[in-house]
Design a protein around this ligand. Structure first.
Ligand code: NAD
Length: 502
């Protein structure tokens, strides 16, 4: 506790929650009320080094821990998360702002990864071929890398840490997590549950901080792989810096997700889907729909969409009637408001203005922006070019589906997209031709379940392999190929001076 009774968020090093000796701290704040919840340290260089050293030491035994023993920890962790889901969601809502129902969804989507981690052994099996040459067999081992690190964003403080450490640890690695400094409390609660489930000392460590801590993780020779999720600016820096230091890196970054609406789409369901995906979580999802491309006659649906958006209730996430919570910080609110003003200056039509929603009492100080809709948006305008990361939907018009696909493919981002149509042929053409990593067909936010992997592409991703699912097993392991011959007798085959196996 500090002098003002705010709890201090601890670091986790070698199985112990310890207080940082840092002189630099920032506050964790409830974005609906500005109530201060805790202080989080910017860890010192020595603390980051100690966390990495602890993970490095633990790797020696953890890598040899039997698969079943590792799996049982995640079986236990999934039950602990299930038992605590309500209180985890309440912590998440208090520090992040999203509604309680959505916070439960955030925890649940991470829980699904924990369930998958409990069964990862079957995906970590190698391949084997007998008699690749006379009496020679070849087989592969998928071995853990060593110390892996994860750097996570503010917008999914439960799900995204759970994309990372369960999969890395279940495949035999040890881990250093650097959560978002804006909302680390629910992440720390999940880490406590992981220890309770049996993760041994040193296998999972946590450091807090910003640029300096992230750079230290990128530079340290004992860190073998970095998983990053966050903005394109920071992700590009992390990718370049950690790659230069010889590490494996995967960076999932910013987005501008286009939903294409064909005139044959089911109108009611499509408008509901657009409003939910554009304004849910106050637009602070990397898979939020931020651009709707209305094709042909669907261009006439704008007034109905505006009417639907107006019905959404803006307020604190812990109120059952709220649909749209606050933005994460005052700075985020100011940025979103400035971009809305810029949209007007650039000539887009402001159909619905969510700035300065009228809210009662304690919420007057909150970082609220209500649903906002622009029509007549064109490439080149700031509201189109930038990721707004707020409850702002840009409407772009297209004459044909081909034109809508061309607009989407010309955008540098490739995280998510969706098409709304009742035509199977149109949907098939779309999935074939669209250059975006995650495609929804009448599904507005197509985040894959963990049997698959998260597969954003183009400007939204750096690195080949995505988080969770089969791809991350390859990311967190090194394939070793063994070629073996066992001689049955003592007969010499002579010296072989060729490359061929004989
Ligand atoms: P951010 O890039 O500001 O922060 C991400 C992490 O990087 C945090 O842990 C932060 O402490 C750290 N960081 C911040 N500045 C840094 C710097 N200068 N150097 C090194 N590290 C730094 O992102 P955010 O605002 O927390 O999250 C929102 C962004 O994340 C959006 O762009 C969103 O699209 C993206 N995101 C992407 C995905 C995806 O899967 N593609 C998922 C969620 C969020």
């Amino acid at each position: 506790m500090s002098r003002d009774n705010l709890p201090h968020v601890p670091l986790l090093i070698n199985g112990e929650f310890v207080q940082s000796k840092s002189t630099e701290w920032r506050e964790v704040v409830n974005p609906a009320t500005q109530e201060r919840l805790a202080r989080v340290p910017m860890a010192t260089a020595d603390e980051v080094a100690a966390a990495i050293a602890s993970a490095q030491a633990a790797f020696k035994t953890w890598r040899k821990t039997p698969i079943g023993q590792r799996a049982r920890i995640f079986l236990k962790l999934q039950q602990l998360i299930r038992d605590n889901i309500k209180s985890l969601a309440a912590t998440l809502t208090a520090e992040q702002g999203k509604t309680l129902a959505d916070a439960e969804g955030d925890v649940f989507r991470g829980l699904e990864v924990v369930e998958h981690a409990a069964n990862i052994g079957s995906l970590q099996m190698g391949e084997r071929a007998h008699n690749v040459a006379g009496g020679v067999d070849t087989y592969t081992l998928l071995q853990p890398l060593g110390v892996c690190a994860g750097i996570t964003p503010f917008n999914f403080p439960a799900m995204i840490p759970l994309w990372m450490f369960p999969m890395a640890i279940a495949t035999g690695n040890t881990f250093v997590l650097k959560p978002s400094e804006q909302d680390p409390l629910v992440t720390m609660r999940l880490v406590e549950l992981a220890l309770e489930a049996g993760v041994p000392p040193g296998v999972l460590n946590v450091v807090h901080g910003g640029e300096h801590v992230v750079n230290a993780l990128c530079d340290h020779p004992d860190v073998k792989a970095i998983s990053f999720v966050g903005s394109t600016r920071v992700g590009t820096h992390v990718y370049e810096r950690a790659s230069l230091a010889g590490k494996r890196v995967q960076c999932m970054m910013g987005a501008k997700n286009h939903a294409i609406v064909l005139p044959d789409a089911h109108k009611e369901q499509t408008l509901n889907a657009l409003a939910g995906a554009a304004f849910g979580a106050a637009g602070q999802r990397c898979m939020a729909v931020s651009v709707a491309v209305l094709v042909g006659e669907a261009r006439k649906w704008v007034p109905d969409l505006v009417a639907r958006a107006k019905k959404l209730s803006v307020g604190a996430g812990d109120s059952a009637s709220t649909d749209v919570g606050p933005l994460i910080s005052c700075a985020a609110r100011e940025r979103v408001e400035a971009l809305i003003a810029r949209g007007v200056e650039d000539g887009a039509q402001l159909e619905l203005d969510g700035r300065i929603p009228s809210l009662p009492g304690a919420l007057k100080e909150g970082n609220f922006v209500g649903p906002t809709i622009f029509s007549g948006v064109r490439p080149g305008m700031s509201v189109y070019e930038q990721e707004i990361f707020g409850p702002v939907l840009c409407i772009v018009e297209a004459e044909t589906m081909d034109e809508a696909i061309a607009i989407t493919n010309a955008n540098p981002n490739g995280n998510g997209t969706a098409i709304f149509t009742q035509s199977g042929a149109a949907a098939r053409k779309f999935e074939e031709e669209i250059e975006v990593g995650q495609v929804g067909i009448n599904v507005p936010i197509p985040v894959p379940v963990p049997l698959f992997s998260f597969t954003g592409s183009r400007g939204s991703k750096l690195g080949d392999l995505g988080p969770y699912g089969k791809q991350v097993v390859l990311f967190y392991t090194q394939t070793k190929t063994v070629t073996a011959r066992w001689f049955e007798d003592d007969v010499s085959t002579g010296v072989n001076t060729t490359i061929a196996l004989k």
